[in-house]
Design a protein around this ligand. Structure first.
Ligand SMILES: [Zn+2]
Length: 137
């Protein structure tokens, strides 16, 4: 039985030990199942060697080391899109985990175009959401 599973009559429950992120990852499969295996690790390292700076920071006139190779348009399991390096961008962790995730939510909701997921292109939207713009979300 999962830890700390509370049961009330007639009420569906979720184990408290599972975070939302863990549940999402369970649905999406393991990193390896999603294509993030040895080939990706090598491709990622090669890309970061050629693109060592965060493109979102560069767009704002700042330099920050990139540590993440992001898929500009989320691949959603499409391996052609996954391996298309034209769909990759080098980001720092802050820009990936904060700004890019925020923009992806807006894109999934149909509020912005896919072009706005490319953080190398300066836009009003990016200025409002990058650290250079001074707004923390
Ligand atoms: Zn950055």
């Amino acid at each position: 039985m999962p830890p700390r599973l509370k049961a009330k009559a007639g009420v569906a429950t979720v184990p408290e030990a599972y975070s939302t992120a863990e549940m999402v990852d369970e649905r999406r499969g393991s990193a390896h199942q999603r294509g993030y295996g040895d080939r990706w690790r090598k491709g990622r390292l090669g890309y970061l060697a050629k693109h060592p700076l965060c493109v979102a920071h560069l767009a704002g006139g700042k330099t920050e080391a990139a540590t993440v190779v992001d898929h500009i348009v989320p691949h959603g399991g499409d391996m052609l899109l996954f391996w298309d390096s034209a769909n990759w961008q080098a980001l720092c962790k802050f820009c990936h985990d904060g700004i890019k995730k925020h923009l992806e939510h807006k894109w999934y909701a149909g509020l912005i175009d896919a072009e706005q997921l490319d953080l190398s292109k300066p836009s009003i939207h990016h200025r409002l959401h990058t650290p250079q713009g001074g707004i923390v979300f």
